[in-house]
Design a protein around this ligand. Structure first.
Ligand code: G3H
Ligand code: 13P
Ligand code: ZN
Length: 309
């Protein structure tokens, strides 16, 4: 099966009250772990590539690894650019075989966000590619950009209809209290479901995207801390909140940090138990297995997108 866009996936997810997992990919083991999990659970999938991933692994390598996963799994897979910051990177990914791009104009003014988002939508739609826009600003760390809590801002529901109408985006990322990275909440986790409800009311049937949606799986944090790491206070979005969002208008849930934690925790444990190992296969194999098990859990118990193909 060739790469697909998210149009059909989101329609079914919205109607079915579940969400598609959008997992960040950076290398072969991560792609294999995620896609093997989705294959066994018969789950549609979004694999997303950040600017940092393209810099690290190279566009062509990532594209070809994902094409290999298509051959091996025969799954419907969307290849998506995560947090495209300008027209140029979106164009490079559209020209380079991606089926979906995000233009993240959330750091700009409302008018400038509309202008660049519209420009990407026109080019993307001419090439059969779908576009995710963003309104509101998440806290946390992405690549070299760190957004402090003070700079972050919830999405303003009164802006969403105009933004969607004037840009023509296919989905919208919103800020309701999640953040990127492994330190999401200082105290009790809290999400503004009232904002999500109001957005859903204003945009009936329109797919919403939740970034910064890792649970920061406590077992992995404990493992990292046990085997020489230091991540005090790491905390993610509780799974029941993600399930609630998935049952509402949220059709795409972004997960990266949980992949990083699974991989790092497993590799730390491996070296603590086998200090003499030096063949990368010895530690990358259990890391890939940990990713697979974690993604299966997300698909079945959090996203609800198993058996949907
Ligand atoms: O939202 C950001 C993702 O976690 C990607 O992170 O830019 O470090 O690859 P990255
Ligand atoms: P996490 O850091 O919570 O995994 O969020 C990932 C993300 O939003 C990628 O765009
Ligand atoms: Zn994000």
């Amino acid at each position: 099966m060739p790469l697909v866009t998210s149009t059909e996936m989101f329609k079914k997810a919205y109607e079915g009250g579940y969400a598609i997992g959008a997992f960040n990919v950076n290398n072969m083991e991560i792609i294999q772990g995620i896609t093997e999990a989705a294959k066994e659970e018969r789950a549609p999938l979004i694999l997303q590539v950040s600017a940092g991933a393209r810099k690290y692994a190279n566009h062509t390598y990532l594209l070809k690894l994902v094409e290999a996963a298509l051959i091996e799994t025969d799954l419907p897979i969307v290849l998506h650019l995560d947090h495209g910051e300008d027209f140029e990177i979106c164009k490079a990914c559209i020209d380079g075989g991606f089926t979906s791009v995000m233009i993240d104009g959330s750091k700009h003014s409302f008018e400038e966000n509309i202008r660049i988002t519209r420009q990407v939508v026109e080019y993307a739609h001419d090439h059969g590619v779908v576009v995710e826009g963003e309104l509101g600003r998440l806290a946390g760390v992405e690549d070299d950009v760190k957004v402090s809590e003070e700079e972050s801002a919830y999405t303003r529901p009164e802006e969403v209809e105009e933004f969607v109408a004037r840009t023509g985006v296919d989905s919208l990322a919103i800020a309701i209290g999640t953040s990127h990275g492994a330190y999401k909440f200082k105290g009790e986790p809290r999400l503004r479901f009232d904002i999500l409800e109001e957005i859903q009311r204003r945009l009936p049937g329109f797919p919403i995207v939740l970034h910064g949606a890792s649970s920061v799986v406590p077992e992995f944090v404990e493992m990292i801390n046990k085997y020489g790491g230091n991540m005090p206070g790491a905390q993610g979005v509780p799974e029941e909140m993600l399930r609630k969002a998935a049952s509402m208008a949220v059709c795409k849930i972004n997960i990266d940090s949980d992949l990083r934690l699974a991989m790092t925790a497993t590799i730390r444990k491996h070296f603590a138990e086998h200090p003499g190992d030096f063949d990368p296969r010895q530690y990358l194999k259990p890391a890939r297995e940990a990713i697979k098990a974690m993604v299966k859990h997300k698909i079945v118990n959090v996203l609800g997108c198993n058996n949907k193909i």
